[in-house]
Design a protein around this ligand. Structure first.
Ligand SMILES: C[S@@+](CC[C@H](N)C(=O)[O-])C[C@H]1O[C@@H](n2cnc3c(N)ncnc32)[C@H](O)[C@@H]1O
Length: 284
C-alpha cells in the first residue's frame, strides 16, 4: 500500500475514524446487505478472464475478491481506498485468499495518478459518491481506462426511495444529534442520486454511452426489528453520535428505531425498499 496526496480531507477523516472502524467490525453483516447490489453491478460489468480492472473505494475488499475470481490469474485488479482500517482488512483478506492478481493502494482516488490507459474497466460498489469534485475524479478515472474500455458502478438512487435509511434516521433524531444531511449534490451517500447530475458529471469527464438502470428491491434489514435497529444504529448516519452516546440514550434510540421499523417486520425479517442506480459508460 502507498499513500499520496489528498484533497478530500473530510472524507479521509470520516472513513478513517469511527465510521471506518465500524465498517471493519461489521464487514460480514454489511456485505450481506450490499451483496445483491454488488452482484447486479458485477453482472453488468461482466468481467472477463485476463482483464485489468480498477476498483474505486474498495473498502474491506469484498468486491475486489469477486473481481479477482472473474479475471483469474492472468488478469489484474488495482483496488483503491482512502480508509486505512478498511484497506488493512482488504489486504489481509486478499492475502488469505492468495489472490496474487490484486494490488491495493491507499489513496484519494480523485487525484491519485493511476497508470494512463492501463485498465479495461473501472468498477465500484457504493464508492464513488464522496468526491468534492466528481468531474475531476471521473476525468482521472477516464485517463486510467484504455480506449474502448468501460465503467460500471452502483450507487444509491433517490433518498425518498430508500426508506431503509430514511426511516431509522428520522426515528433516532429525537435522541441523538445527527449531523445534518449533506446539501444537495455534496459528497455523501446520496451525492449521485440524480440522473441528470450523473449524466452531466460523466459527460463532462469525457465518458460516452452513459446508461443508468434503476435496480430497486425489497430486501432484509435484519431478522427482526431488534436485529435491524442494532445494525442500522452502527451503519447509518446516526452511527457516530450513537457510538458516543450514553447507554440510556442508546437504549431509547434503539427502541424508537424498533418502533419505526415495526410496520416492515414480517416472518421473513424487516423487509424494506432499497433503491439504486446501476451506471455504465464507455471510454471512446
Ligand atoms: C460506502 S463505502 C463502500 C465500500 C465498499 N466498496 C463496499 O461496497 O463494501 C465507501 C468507500 O469509499 C471510500 N472512499 C471515500 N472517499 C474516497 C476517496 N476520495 N478515494 C478513495 N476511496 C474513497 C471509503 O473509504 C469507503 O471504503
Amino acid at each position: 500500500m502507498s499513500q499520496v496526496s489528498i484533497v478530500n480531507h473530510d472524507q479521509k477523516e470520516f472513513w478513517n475514524d469511527i465510521k471506518g472502524k465500524l465498517w471493519v467490525e461489521m464487514q460480514a453483516r454489511i456485505d450481506s446487505m450490499l451483496s445483491p447490489f454488488g452482484e447486479k453491478a458485477l453482472r453488468t460489468l461482466n468481467p472477463q478472464k485476463g482483464e485489468k480492472i480498477l476498483e474505486i473505494g474498495c473498502g474491506t475488499g469484498t468486491m475486489t475478491l469477486a473481481l479477482a475470481e472473474h479475471v483469474k490469474t492472468s488478469g489484474q485488479i488495482l483496488a483503491a481506498d482512502i480508509s486505512h482500517p478498511m484497506l488493512e482488512l482488504a489486504v489481509s483478506r486478499g492475502k488469505a485468499a492468495s489472490a496474487d492478481s490484486i494490488s491495493f493502494v491507499e489513496a484519494d482516488a480523485q487525484v491519485y495518478t493511476f497508470p494512463t490507459g492501463e485498465f479495461d474497466a473501472l468498477f465500484s460498489r457504493f464508492g464513488v459518491m464522496f468526491f468534492e469534485n466528481p468531474i475531476a475524479a471521473f476525468r482521472n478515472f477516464h485517463g486510467a481506462v484504455r480506449k474502448g474500455g468501460r465503467l460500471v458502478y452502483v450507487c444509491w438512487a433517490d433518498r425518498k426511495d430508500n426508506p431503509w435509511i430514511r426511516i431509522p434516521t428520522g426515528a433516532s433524531k429525537e435522541f441523538l444529534e445527527i449531523p445534518p444531511p449533506p446539501e444537495t449534490d455534496a459528497p455523501g451517500q446520496f451525492a449521485m442520486e440524480r440522473e441528470a447530475r450523473v449524466r452531466e458529471i460523466l459527460g463532462k469527464a469525457g465518458w460516452s454511452k452513459i446508461e443508468l438502470e434503476r435496480f430497486d428491491i425489497d430486501h432484509s434489514l435484519g431478522q427482526n426489528v431488534q436485529d435491524a435497529a442494532g445494525f442500522i444504529s452502527k451503519m447509518g448516519p446516526m452511527s457516530e453520535p450513537f457510538a458516543l452516546a450514553d447507554n440510556r440514550t442508546k437504549q431509547k434510540c434503539l427502541e424508537a428505531i424498533q418502533f419505526a421499523l415495526k410496520p416492515y417486520e414480517n416472518s421473513t425479517g424487516v423487509q424494506m425498499r432499497f433503491g439504486t442506480w446501476i451506471v455504465s459508460a464507455a471510454r471512446s
